[in-house]
Design a protein around this ligand. Structure first.
Ligand SMILES: [Cu+2]
Length: 146
């Protein structure tokens, strides 16, 4: 019969492997309790409404407003309310370069396809947006979950 000889090295390796497995289990549990991953959401810009008009997203999500081929009227997207300190990254309508600012307004489009992509919904709370051409009827709310 063969004897299994446990040298100090194999014992050390075995305990390392056990420690690694335990650490992995802890990491898996921690991962399960952290907040949800950022999402990518689309909003269609219509005559004269956003679809959807209410959106709930996770922190750090990206929202893309999309104008279809023939929207009709000109429409834009302007942020009017946000949690304090919120900042956004988007392509500046003026320069076409990416900027990070405390507010945003898309270019107006009357015919698409066109899109306006905004990232940086990192602060939980309510964000209110309007179309500056149809301010009273064309509005939307975004809620960022805690
Ligand atoms: Cu509009």
């Amino acid at each position: 019969m063969r004897r299994v000889i446990r040298t100090p090295l194999t014992v050390a390796l075995a305990s390392l492997a056990a420690a690694g497995a335990a650490a992995g289990a802890v990491a898996a549990v921690a991962g399960a309790t952290t907040t949800a991953r950022p999402q990518k959401k689309s909003v269609s810009v219509n005559d004269n409404f956003y679809g959807p008009a209410k959106l709930t997203i996770t922190k750090g999500s990206t929202v893309t407003w999309k104008w279809p081929a023939d929207v009709g009227d000109s429409h834009d997207v302007k942020l009017t309310k946000k949690p304090s300190g919120a900042k956004f990254t988007f392509k500046s309508p003026d320069t076409g370069k990416k900027v990070t600012k405390g507010t945003f307004q898309s270019p107006p489009f009357a015919s698409g396809p066109a899109k306006f992509v905004v990232t940086g919904f990192n602060k939980p709370g309510r964000y209110h947006l309007i179309c500056t051409f149809h301010e009273t009827e064309m509005q939307m709310d975004i809620t960022v979950k805690k």
